[in-house]
Structures are given as C-alpha cells and as structure tokens.
Design a protein. Structure first.
Length: 111
C-alpha cells in the first residue's frame, strides 16, 4: 500500500516539475516521419540456442546416455528411512532460512 502511495506522489511530483513546451506540432510531425520499426532477428540468438543444444547433446552422450540419473535414484531409494528423514529436515531448514533472509532483505530495502 505504501509503495503505491509513494509511486503516486513521485508521478505527481514529476508531472508538476516538467512543464510542457509548445512546439507547434513539431514533435508529432517528426514522429510521423520516422520509419516503422522492423523486427530484428539476431544471428547471435540463433547461435546461442544452437550452441546450447549442442552442449546439452554432448553432455548427454558423455554421461553414457544419462545413466548417472538412474544410478543416483537407485542410491537415494536404497538409503535408510532415517537418513531420508534427516535429509528432508535439513533441506527444509536450509530453504526456509534462505526464504526468510530474502524476505528480511526485501523489507530492509523498502525502508
């Protein structure tokens, strides 16, 4: 709520301090004469996507077709139940701490 009030105050202040200078339609004529914007297709974007796909494919091949994923799942499934419980609690505490720190940092930055 305070954020909206602050933005409204700032907008009003900027409008009040920026007087309009009449240019007898000069700005409108210049804008009408500008060429239409053309869509820009960048070779760089295509290159980045292709290199990303190539890197992903090479990683998949180098990892024996993703065999390590199945191996990792087998190891986690074979863990004792107590270890899985401890891992879940530790992950919950870590993620909750990160979320709390982010919320506190946001509140401090708004002041």
């Amino acid at each position: 709520m305070d954020e909206n009030l602050q933005e409204d105050w700032l907008d009003a202040r900027l409008r009040d301090e920026a007087p309009y200078i009449d240019d007898a339609g000069f700005t409108a004529r210049v804008v009408r004469q500008l060429p239409a914007a053309r869509p820009r297709y960048s070779f760089r974007n295509v290159l980045l996507v292709c290199l990303t796909l190539l890197g992903s494919l090479l990683t998949y091949v180098a990892s024996s077709g993703g065999k390590f994923i199945g191996t990792s799942i087998d190891r986690v499934v074979s863990l004792p139940t107590l270890w899985i419980l401890i891992l879940a609690v530790v992950c919950s505490v870590v993620f909750s701490s990160i979320a709390t720190a982010a919320a506190v940092a946001k509140i401090r930055s708004e002041r």
